[in-house]
Design a binder for this molecule. Sequence first.
Ligand SMILES: Nc1ncnc2c1ncn2[C@@H]1O[C@H](COP(=O)(O)OP(=O)(O)O)[C@@H](O)[C@H]1O
Ligand SMILES: [Mg+2]
Length: 385
Amino acid sequence: MIPPGATIGILGGGQLGRMMAIAARRLGYGIVGLDPQADGPLGQVVNRMIAADYGDLSAVRELASLSAVVTLEFENVPAESLSAIAEMVNVAPRPQVLATTRHRVREKSFLRDHGFPVTTFGAARNLGELRAVLDAVGYPAIIKTCEFGYDGKGQVRVDAPDEVASAWEKLGTNDAIVEAVVPFLSEASVICTRAADGRGSTFPVFENEHRHHILDITRMPARLDERLRRRARDMALAITDALGVVGTLAVELFVVPSASNGPSLLVNELAPRPHNSGHVTIDACRTDQFEQHIRAICGLPLGSTDPLHGGGAMANLLGDCWQQGEPDWAATLGSDPGLKLHLYGKASPAPGRKMGHLNLAGMDPETCAKTLIQARDRLCPKATP
Ligand SMILES: Nc1ncnc2c1ncn2[C@@H]1O[C@H](COP(=O)(O)OP(=O)(O)O)[C@@H](O)[C@H]1O
Ligand SMILES: [Mg+2]
């Protein structure tokens, strides 16, 4: 057990690191962070920030020497850095987990080989392999770079054979996954937290609406029948067990129509860390995803994930909201006294950049979502036409 008062190291200086740090500080932990850009969202709330590349071995060793445990908000830390840290102190998630989840083909193969349902897929390292895989997978398909993709970056959809060559050129990779397009009814996610003793907890299932491949609105709980929600939570826990994660694992799911027995689930992807879809838990659950993660990696008992008021919703605030200047925060917060504003302290609001989010807890997630969308429209009229 790592008792409150100890120091936690965080690799990656963005909003996930910041919200982990805020939760950890509430519990009385100290924080040391490492990121090439030291003055980002995490840097504003730490005891100490190390400004260095993730591949800088002496810098990551310094982080380890100052930390009782090291966790990550960023999956693409080089393997050598992770092993250097793991020689000195526990890393959560373990480097082996990251090796699986950071690479789309390894991740989907792991899921398929362990009996979890995924869409038809194949690997392509060149145009010839791509054509061969597409013959098997069929059209339409999505080609994704295996590493470093997020928010739909590094993905191209192909609807017909004559689009294949230009799609490959556009991706500019020699390591891709090809996936059959899933005709999903909706998208959902489950956030699991597994303690070192193997005990696991899940939050209620989230329903996620994307705009331009970026998460836009999350509703909690998802509008699915109880049977499917139970299945989603059980499946996510089983994946967390199979991977042996200590800490948090987010499981993104597609809800798909099936001929028999109502809708079913496919796993889209995994993230071994707190996840954007879980931000609603900060204001809508007894314990939020960031605190639960900190409890797990420090060996503290997990908290209750029960909703405080039945459910809630979250709306992301992208840099687009700043196009007309600083948003009108007072007007937004004034529109509903239950609204909670979270801003990440980012200096430059580029379009598409995640700057913050709005949360609202309440019995009916759909009413919460509508209130949030109206409040956000007031904040940034141009961003949500
Ligand atoms: N095989 C697929 N079929 C249908 N839609 C997909 C598929 N893969 C991805 N998408 C859509 O693109 C979004 C982003 O893709 P994802 O694989 O989750 O990558 P990332 O979130 O890392 O950018 C998904 O949430 C989903 O809306
Ligand atoms: Mg995703």
